[in-house]
Design a protein around this ligand. Structure first.
Ligand code: HEC
Length: 241
């Protein structure tokens, strides 16, 4: 069998592949950690949940285009409500502040947590009044689409390049059936597309947050298998001789 395999590579190529895989592996870990730290705590609880995803992707919350209510709930008003209440208010603002939820769900929370100041201190916006609150929940949707477009294409270009290299190295691995190997190589690309699509779909319908989680999990798993088996075959596996 003369076919190139990871085991039989010359030392310089092994060094190149190994360096790349180690750096990428570390990068993926960091990316995971960053997701946990930035999105994972979005609902005030540790760990990535569906709420975190909804809230992180379903619109632009703390950027320059966020509504006033959202940016204040990220800024000076952050500690004025417990995390669950803050989350409920953010979700409501994010859904476009639907009037149907105001009376029974949102208003009581505002009265309880925000009212002591906002309904009593002269000069402060009285946000227990729906008309005043409407002013606080306006936002520019067009801009967040522009942001999402930008982030999507950077993500697609950048990450496919990573998977291309990882997949290419792994294509020299042995011991996997041709189907399993092809599947592992293809999976990250498929999930990458699902992942980016789900950011957009989550914007339309929060239930698509599950797709973000499945997508992220899918490509982490496939790249972990590829990285570890490539490293193993280059350095540890004994030649079948
Ligand atoms: C301890 C008093 C206090 C509480 C409680 C409080 N706020 Fe405020 N809020 C202020 C003050 C003071 C300002 C003005 C200074 C600033 O913007 O940080 C303000 C400003 C705001 C603004 C901007 C108003 C404008 O006209 O620009 C929003 C929106 C807001 N608060 C939302 C809330 C929400 C929502 C809650 C309840 C979760 C809340 N606040 C609870 C004191 C309070």
């Amino acid at each position: 069998m003369n076919e190139t395999t990871l085991q039989k590579l010359k030392l310089p190529l092994k060094a190149l592949f190994t360096g790349y895989l180690l750096a990428i592996g570390l990068g993926l870990l960091m990316a995971g950690a960053q997701i946990m730290l930035t999105h994972g705590m979005a609902d005030g609880k540790f760990g990535l949940s569906v709420d975190d995803i909804i809230y992180s992707y379903h619109g632009n919350h703390d950027g320059p285009n966020a509504s006033k209510l959202e940016s204040k709930l990220f800024g000076s008003m952050k500690d004025n409500a417990p995390p669950e209440v803050r989350m409920a208010l953010l979700k409501w603002a994010d859904a476009g502040a639907p009037a149907s939820e105001w009376e029974n769900n949102i208003k009581p929370k505002i009265v309880e947590y925000c009212g002591p100041c906002h309904a009593n201190m002269p000069g402060l916006a009285n946000i227990t009044d729906k008309a005043v609150m409407d002013q606080m929940t306006k936002r520019d949707e067009g801009q967040s689409i522009a942001t999402l477009t930008r982030v999507s294409h950077i993500h697609l270009f950048g990450i496919s390049f990573i998977f291309f290299m990882v997949g290419w190295i792994f294509s020299y691995a042995t011991g996997f059936s041709i189907w399993l190997k092809s599947l592992l190589i293809f999976t990250p690309f498929a999930f990458l597309i699902v992942d980016v699509a789900s950011w957009w779909l989550t914007k339309l319908n929060p239930n698509f947050a599950w797709l973000v989680i499945i997508g992220g999990f899918g490509y982490s798993l496939a790249s972990t298998v590829m990285i570890f088996s490539s490293l193993y075959q280059m350095w540890i596996m004994k030649s079948p001789r």
